[in-house]
Design a protein around this ligand. Sequence first.
Ligand SMILES: C[S@@+](CC[C@H](N)C(=O)[O-])C[C@H]1O[C@@H](n2cnc3c(N)ncnc32)[C@H](O)[C@@H]1O
Length: 395
Amino acid sequence: MTPGARVAAAITVIDLWLSGSDGLDRVLTAWGRANRFAGSGDRHAIADLVYDAVRRLRSACWVAGADAPGARAALIGSLRLDGEDPSAFFTGEGHAPAPPDPSEGPRELSDATEAIRLDLPDWLMEHLANASREALSALRVRAPLDLRVNALRSDVARARQLLAEEGIETVPGPLAPSCLRVTAGARKVARSRAYAEGLVEIQDAASQAAALASPPQPGETVLDFCAGGGGKTLALGAAMQGRGRLIAHDISALRLRDLAPRAERAGLTVECLGPCETASLAGVCDLVFVDAPCSGSGAWRRNPDAKWRLTPQRLGELVATQDTVLDAASQAVRPGARLVYATCSILSDENGDRVRAFLDRNPAFRLEGDPISLMPGPDAGDGFFAAVMSRAIRD
Ligand SMILES: C[S@@+](CC[C@H](N)C(=O)[O-])C[C@H]1O[C@@H](n2cnc3c(N)ncnc32)[C@H](O)[C@@H]1O
């Protein structure tokens, strides 16, 4: 495909996403299936164009002269924000889109409101008043790929060497000793031997750090209450050196489906419990980890469509779920043991506010130290929050 045809395809994908309710990933996958002529290089290039434009949807549309989100404006503006001349792609020749007309900018980004410049919905600005502008700007930029070296299978030096032999270059990553940041060959990771044999997992640096907010010890009974795909479960299991009882629970049995084979690859045994199967764990766990469902605002550079779909009503629903989940999970904590509440959110509504509300409802628990509050950044990881609480020996 020509560069212009790739831009045209990216416009089609964003159009479909804007007019439907599916996530961007699904729309992209469906487009790829319906357009088999596009090779993997084309599909990757189109995905990059799409994600770059959606991450910066408001600012891109602004510099393309549009006051409302639109796919064509998003692409024109996104190219401009990257210092490219859109006319080089919008040629009208072959499958390329028609050339930009004078109503399509350029317009100075410095004339836009702060919410537009930061690519955030207007209503969210007051919720983010305490977040630094650098952290919010980081959400407009493509995220790096981080790996967690699985100590049960390898050490960091050996994992780096094996990855390098397959053309995947890494440097030591931030926030966690097991973190490697991929600097070249990111697209080869999922097909690499190191990945297939469980030496490394794909996991953001901040997620790795959050999993170790209260490091589990070998021999402990550890419950990952919102285990989902199991990223934290595997990190917890590695910290336990594979010894003890590791239990994964989620309200969605479907989301736990891939955990058993992932755990086996990582050299771990995990008990998987479906919804409402935790009654037998009441008061027995040494550590209960709650990676609560949240807005995902700390990871919006990876999932930029989520930020445009979040509404005040949805945030309210999430907050109510977080309270319910934390109350339910706390039942499994043994007297004297730990409860960790974590989110990949940067909104205090979902973080400190939830912990304070929980402690007010549950006087048997108290906060241990200051919560970890990680903000997204080029040399950091995603935004993440983790608070460690402990249950009194006697209620
Ligand atoms: C942030 S995701 C977990 C990600 C996962 N821990 C990881 O590291 O890959 C939140 C999870 O909470 C689950 N969830 C939502 N409501 C729940 C509930 N009431 N009880 C338990 N899990 C719930 C969701 O199905 C989802 O898998």
